[in-house]
Write a protein that binds this ligand. Sequence first.
Ligand SMILES: Nc1ncnc2c1ncn2[C@@H]1O[C@H](COP(=O)(O)OP(=O)(O)OP(=O)(O)O)[C@@H](O)[C@H]1O
Ligand SMILES: [Mg+2]
Length: 425
Amino acid sequence: MTTLIGRNSSGKSNALDGLEVLSRLASGADLVDALDSRRGDEGPLRGGMAGCPPHGTDRFQLGCTVFAPDRLGKGYSLIYLDVTIQVRPEPEIISETLVGISGKRRSTRNPLSQIAHDLLSTSGAHPGSGTIDATWYNGRRGRDPRASFRSTRLLTSQLPLRLAGETEAEQRVATAAEDVLETLRGVFHLDPVPHLMRQYVPSRDTRLRRTAENLPAVIGHLKEYDPQRFQQLVTRVQSLVEHEVTGIEIIRSPLNDVMLALREDGATTPAREMSDGLLRFTAIATSLLRQGQDLDLGGRGSEDDSRSPTLVIEELENGLHPSQATQILDLVKQATQEDASRVIFTTHSPALLSALGAEDHKDVVVCSRDRETGLSHLRKLPEMDGYPSLMAQGDLGMIATSGLLEQAPAPARDFTEFDRLMGIG
Ligand SMILES: Nc1ncnc2c1ncn2[C@@H]1O[C@H](COP(=O)(O)OP(=O)(O)OP(=O)(O)O)[C@@H](O)[C@H]1O
Ligand SMILES: [Mg+2]
């Protein structure tokens, strides 16, 4: 569970968009198709490709660290992907590296104490040619193979096809590349749109879409094949509203299309008449109860992707009464138990922040924007200067409301000045 907080326009959604870009590229799609295309239900990225580079520049860099599954010390436990994309004159990748850290320990703190291999690195870009040269690791010192790749697709996505897999080292590189790609492809932005959930949908459409428009089909499937989880959903919905809800029903049309309905106060309320907040909550609760399984990854995921998905939900509290903060958090925690899935959400809700326990603070990331450089900084809450004295002043919701968090100065060892500013110590 990761909670992203910070003022408006501080860069929360930008960070999540960065993840979205990597996820789209991990499918192996062409840069323009992935970021600008209007096809498919994903649509173009916010601002399109032209909106990706910082203003006044023509390129942008993205990177991520992937924790790979433990392979008894035989594979890479941490993999770093870094890519630089130039958008003008022609969109292309001008540099990409994949670095693997081997060993059993899953520590980001001191990764250099472990063995690092350059699994993939670009060497020669030929701008405008549509190709770029790269070498990859094969374990034969000084004899790494080199080849030309397409510069309009993520090289990591092209790598598995290039590897002959002759050496054990090459097989490990292929596995590392697949780990990165699978993890990224599993990123799913859930953005339920209530008015779309009020319609009839084909009952076979049971993989949850981003807009949750096919929620009735998903819930119908849940009711039939997973009655236990379905009952949990009913209980969650019951505790959301004041009036009595006795069940969730699926209305069927003669053509076997389905629509959601609530059994309440002795009558049936079709989704057409259901409230926005309730529909949105039902969609989020359903995806969380299913721990992010059976999502419609829009051709991005492949059938054999086995890694747990990463659900991204913007403004989790949107449309919810503040009294529901604990309930929604509880659902997120349940979904992320035992690594079943990862959930990243943004929130502006003081109620939700206050519902976080001290043990959850390590999972809170504060986003703030430097006035001078315009750059956004993302910091873990407990690593912020003055964190102990801030927390002594009240709960997180109260502190966020007062705007004190963003005023915390940039990291410095000495807390006394900050404490003085805050009127403590
Ligand atoms: N290409 C760009 N170059 C420079 N700055 C940019 C670029 N694209 C977006 N921005 C800045 O990022 C801001 C948007 O940030 P973002 O959407 O991440 O905010 P947020 O933290 O999600 O805020 P909110 O809570 O309101 O949703 C823009 O207002 C702009 O200032
Ligand atoms: Mg935002």
